[in-house]
Design a protein around this ligand. Structure first.
Ligand SMILES: C[S@@+](CC[C@H](N)C(=O)[O-])C[C@H]1O[C@@H](n2cnc3c(N)ncnc32)[C@H](O)[C@@H]1O
Length: 274
């Protein structure tokens, strides 16, 4: 594990999100296919992980920069791009709250799928996304929705109920899944509400084994779930947490095959015209 003083970075460098991302590739590709990308589209993928959306965007001919706070995921993204000879797809470390080395108006499309929502200072994130998007360009965010009954919102809700309270002043990433908050944050960045569209969309987690095996992937590799198990263990509540998550993963599996997992999860898609 990398030791770092930035807790946001430490959370995501813990474990290995690439293992979870393997279950998200098909939905990532499907989302990218809806974005109207054409060869030469200058695309920034913020909080890109190892490129679940960046790589398929580059396959469509976009010139892609992936920015992520986690150095291990940046390295994994660059390896994936290299393996596919995607010469116009590169990944670098950066923080969505302050994209210091990116120039104003430099992208046609800024995408952030379950990425920038995890950065601190959400109003700064909105301002930075708007600043680097050219006038007439688009921002597309995918954000998990608080209290939504589907998989990821429930994983995060259950995990937080076993974890110590966050530090004072912490703004939950889930607030990005509430339309009023999104409107307020983009208003502070100079974008009126009539230039923001919302829709409810679905990401499906596909895994070639039983849902308990996918839970094991989250337990072993997904920072927020790893932290929840560690906190539960410290309080002698590991079994209770494990049972709750097992029931969640099992009951949400829609695959007719017991040795396969297909779990849909609802998210808020935010489309902003800059
Ligand atoms: C749930 S993962 C999603 C990754 C990717 N977008 C995908 O769809 O697979 C969240 C990502 O956001 C990144 N992230 C968290 N905080 C960030 C920040 N402040 N700036 C940039 N990236 C950040 C994490 O490192 C992680 O890769």
């Amino acid at each position: 594990m990398t030791v770092t003083a930035n807790p946001n970075q430490a959370l995501w460098e813990k474990g290995d999100f690439t293992q979870v991302a393997e279950a998200m590739r098909a939905s990532g590709e499907a989302l990218v296919a809806r974005l109207g990308i054409t060869p030469g589209t200058r695309l920034l993928d913020l909080g890109c992980g190892d490129g679940t959306t960046a790589v398929p965007a580059a396959r469509l001919g976009a010139e892609v920069l992936g920015v992520d706070i986690a150095s291990n995921l940046v390295a994994a993204g660059n390896q994936r791009a290299e393996a596919e000879s995607l010469t116009k797809c590169r990944f670098q470390e950066g923080d969505a709250s302050h994209l210091d080395d990116l120039a104003d108006d430099s992208f046609d499309l800024v995408v952030s799928i379950f990425g920038a929502m995890f950065a601190p200072r959400p109003s700064d994130v909105a301002k930075e996304m708007v600043r680097v998007t050219r006038p007439g360009g688009q921002i597309v965010m995918g954000n998990w929705i608080p209290n939504d009954p589907t998989l990821v919102a429930q994983i995060l809700k259950i995990s937080s109920s076993y974890s110590p309270p966050p530090p004072e002043g912490f703004i939950s990433p889930m607030t990005w899944g509430v339309e009023e908050n999104v409107i307020e944050r983009f208003a502070q960045a100079g974008i009126p509400s009539d230039r923001i569209d919302f829709s409810r969309e679905t990401y499906t987690f596909e895994y070639p084994a039983a849902p308990t095996k996918l839970l094991a992937v989250f337990r072993t590799y997904y920072g927020p779930t790893m932290n929840a198990y560690a906190a539960a263990e410290a309080n002698g509540r590991t079994e209770a947490l494990h049972q709750e998550l097992t029931a969640l993963f099992t009951s949400h599996n829609t695959s007719p095959n017991a040795d396969a997992t297909s779990i849909p999860a609802t998210f808020l898609q935010v489309s902003v015209s800059v």
